[in-house]
Ligand binder design. Structure first.
Ligand SMILES: C[S@@+](CC[C@H](N)C(=O)[O-])C[C@H]1O[C@@H](n2cnc3c(N)ncnc32)[C@H](O)[C@@H]1O
Length: 255
């Protein structure tokens, strides 16, 4: 499975990097980035692993804030793009690697682990959390985000958009319809930009319930410190759906 997932991200690397740009998609910028930043807190001087770093925008951002960052990703093409975008600077550093097995890193090496929108793409939820527990220092923290499994239109749900109220311009009857939330499974979907552009290859997603995530965290020996369902930091109607129903779920867990 790891080979297949790697091949999908290899094929999607260039398209993904273009979509992310320099600070992420509007969803990253207006919803996730502020939440992650507030949960990580002051990163200055801290060793931070960006686990599943993609094209590396978070690695670059937190390095600029003073963290000593290592980005790891399964896709050599994405790591190549990370290096190009870092333009020869030594921080962040990047390695091709698999978050299911981080044996290149010593126990207790990192103060912080960030894993942004990756755990829903890996088969090894418990293996990755065990590894994060191992490589974190005592009192270190892991911040990870997923697409909210209860409201994921790549997974068990879909949107019913309803009509716009001509007076308020707000939609009436904007619903998220969900079925088979309790059925955990892997599935493949083509990711599309909001404008409808389709990725070259489908991506493998793992639908898991929130209780599975919580059990996996606790079984790894980590403690849940905070759970957030962040709202957009803007009232722009582009985010009308996300202003009503959370698109992401974000955990801060500690060792
Ligand atoms: C949705 S992207 C998120 C990338 C980045 N964290 C961000 O927020 O832009 C998921 C990333 O996880 C990486 N990935 C998937 N499985 C992985 C694994 N087992 N180990 C490391 N990276 C993995 C993919 O190559 C891809 O870059």
């Amino acid at each position: 499975m790891a080979d297949k997932i790697k091949a999908q991200w290899e094929a999607n690397a260039e398209f993904f990097a273009k979509l992310i740009g320099s600070r992420g998609t509007p969803h990253h910028r207006m919803i996730l980035n502020p939440c992650i930043e507030s949960l990580l807190g002051d990163v200055d001087g801290k060793r931070l692993l960006d686990a599943g770093c993609g094209e590396g925008y978070l690695s670059r951002y937190f390095a600029e804030q003073g963290a000593i960052v290592v980005g790891v990703d399964i896709s050599p093409n994405l790591i190549e793009i990370c290096k190009e975008k870092t333009e020869g600077r030594e921080n962040p550093r990047y390695n091709v690697g698999n978050i299911c097995d981080l044996n290149g890193f010593e126990d207790g090496y990192f103060d912080l682990v960030l894993c942004n929108l990756v755990l829903l793409n890996v088969p090894c939820l418990t293996g990755a959390l065990d590894e994060f527990h191992r490589i974190l220092k005592k009192d270190g923290s892991l911040v990870f985000s997923i697409v909210h499994p209860a409201f994921n239109f790549y997974g068990p749900g879909t949107w019913e958009m309803g009509e716009k109220d001509p007076e308020t311009n707000r939609r009436i009857g904007l619903y998220f319809k969900i079925d088979n939330y309790l059925e955990e499974k892997a599935y493949e979907k083509y990711w599309r930009s909001r404008e409808g552009e389709k990725f070259p290859q489908p991506i493998t997603f793992y639908h898991r319930t929130l209780s599975t995530y919580i059990d996996a965290i606790l079984n790894s020996g980590l403690d849940i410190q905070t759970f957030r369902e962040p709202a957009p930091i803007t009232d722009d109607s582009f985010f009308e759906r996300e202003q009503r129903i959370p698109f992401f779920a974000v955990f801060k867990v500690g060792k």
